[in-house]
Design a protein around this ligand. Sequence first.
Ligand SMILES: Nc1ncnc2c1ncn2[C@@H]1O[C@H](COP(=O)(O)OP(=O)(O)OP(=O)(O)O)[C@@H](O)[C@H]1O
Ligand SMILES: O=C(O)C1=C[C@@H](O)[C@@H](O)[C@H](O)C1
Ligand SMILES: [Mg+2]
Length: 170
Amino acid sequence: MSNQPVPKTIAMVGPMGSGKTKIGRRLARDLDRPFIDTDQRIVAEHGEIAGIFERVGEAGFRAIEREVVAQALTEPAVVSLGGGSVLDADTRATLRDLPTIYLTVSERVVRGRLRGGKRPLVQNDPDAWLRIFTERRALYEEVASVRFDTSAGHITALGGKIAAWAKENS
Ligand SMILES: Nc1ncnc2c1ncn2[C@@H]1O[C@H](COP(=O)(O)OP(=O)(O)OP(=O)(O)O)[C@@H](O)[C@H]1O
Ligand SMILES: O=C(O)C1=C[C@@H](O)[C@@H](O)[C@H](O)C1
Ligand SMILES: [Mg+2]
């Protein structure tokens, strides 16, 4: 039997469009770990997110999300969480014990990133992103081990900085 410690989950949190999926996938590749995106797992198991909101409302979506996130955070992977996962107190308690990378983005930059109909909470409401982010900002800060802003600069350079931090802290 090996005495190697099991690597901890590395979690990525932040508001919609901050880059959790994009950066998380690159980080997993850099660290040679599996990549899990909880939104993608939910879609694979329950269908498109907008459809889930239509069928069971936001509360129903959050119940599904809580289960999927709890499972994912037990896996030795890079795990990108849905933007609203931090609303759940149990999820936050788990995240506080893990290396948790908090990604931010400015409102000006995110406007160009959120096109398309996949995010029901910001669809048809240009001010929703900032309102939701403002409500949740303290929750992201509560769980964050470190913060990186994705608004400016080259994604490769940013990915390198994040990978260096993750190698030191996981
Ligand atoms: N420097 C950057 N870092 C991260 N993403 C970037 C960057 N520049 C552009 N993007 C683009 O921003 C878009 C949003 O990123 P992504 O889907 O990873 O966000 P997210 O945080 O996973 O959002 P959600 O919570 O809605 O799933 C993507 O199309 C991505 O290619
Ligand atoms: O911030 C949110 O509440 C959400 C973010 C996305 O990742 C999805 O989980 C969903 O669109 C809800
Ligand atoms: Mg995503």
